[in-house]
Design a binder for this molecule. Structure first.
Ligand SMILES: NC(=O)c1ccc[n+]([C@@H]2O[C@H](COP(=O)([O-])OP(=O)(O)OC[C@H]3O[C@@H](n4cnc5c(N)ncnc54)[C@H](OP(=O)(O)O)[C@@H]3O)[C@@H](O)[C@H]2O)c1
Length: 208
């Protein structure tokens, strides 16, 4: 079995990578030091890529052995801003991580996926992100959800799962200022995802 985790240096991504018991693990991130350390710890292969660039993702998929059995897309950015103060830099960071990276991963990753293979994308619950400052985060996660609905029609025989956790205690909240009380651990999300991989597969995995 062969698995690729993107956003592997993040809180949820690294918890998934650490929890994955697989015989071939590929890890992608853009922070070389963190990525190489994690890959060395897990005996995995590091693949550096900035997910905002289609060319990086094309090169990434060309550089690994296929078919892949599982792809986990755990990259994301929040960078909240009120609409009247929106900046191109923060808007681009959010859409690159939450939407465009996922789009290019579907484009280049789906053809490399084994029959019966799975892809997981970490989304966000609309009711939890419809809050001040989160317009781009909420909109990009809604776009991801719609993207997956169409991708499922085009990718018959492959399961594309949108993972929907509540607030999770990770470095993502440093972009916001503080972690919400009661945030769950990244390991809980990773455990739910890994358990789901052993089951039938579903379009949506709500983690509570
Ligand atoms: N934390 C929560 O409460 C929560 C709740 C629901 C859903 N989610 C979603 O879960 C996913 C994982 O988030 P997390 O909480 O684990 O956050 P995190 O610890 O901040 O991890 C996010 C990862 O995405 C990477 N990333 C961002 N932009 C990238 C780009 N252009 N190219 C390559 N990598 C990029 C970051 O890399 P760098 O370190 O290099 O920036 C980081 O490794 C995200 O999609 C997030 O929206 C999180």
């Amino acid at each position: 079995m062969s698995t690729l985790v993107l956003g592997a240096t993040g809180g949820i991504g690294s918890a998934v990578a650490r929890g994955w018991k697989d015989d071939r693990l590929w890890l992608s991130g853009r922070d070389d030091a963190k990525l190489n350390a994690l890959a060395a710890e897990l005996g995995a292969t590091p693949l550096r890529a900035d997910l905002g660039y289609e060319s990086h993702i094309k090169t990434l998929f060309a550089g690994l052995e296929t078919p892949l059995d599982t792809v986990v897309y755990a990259a994301g950015s929040a960078y909240p801003e009120a609409l009247n103060a929106a900046t191109p830099d923060a808007v681009r960071r959010v859409w690159n991580a939450n939407y465009f990276g996922a789009l290019w991963v579907l484009k280049y990753g789906l053809p490399t996926l084994a029959a019966g293979g799975r892809m997981y994308f970490i989304g966000a619950r609309p009711e939890l992100v419809t809050v001040r400052g989160f317009s781009q985060y909420a909109a990009s996660k809604a776009a991801l959800s719609s993207l997956l609905q169409v991708a499922r029609v085009e990718a018959r025989g492959k399961t594309l799962t949108l993972v929907l956790p509540p607030a999770v205690e990770t470095a993502l909240w440093e972009q916001v200022g503080r972690t919400p009380k009661g945030a769950m651990s990244a390991e809980t999300v990773a455990g739910a995802l890994i358990a789901d991989r052993a089951g039938e597969g579903q379009a949506e995995l709500k983690v509570d």
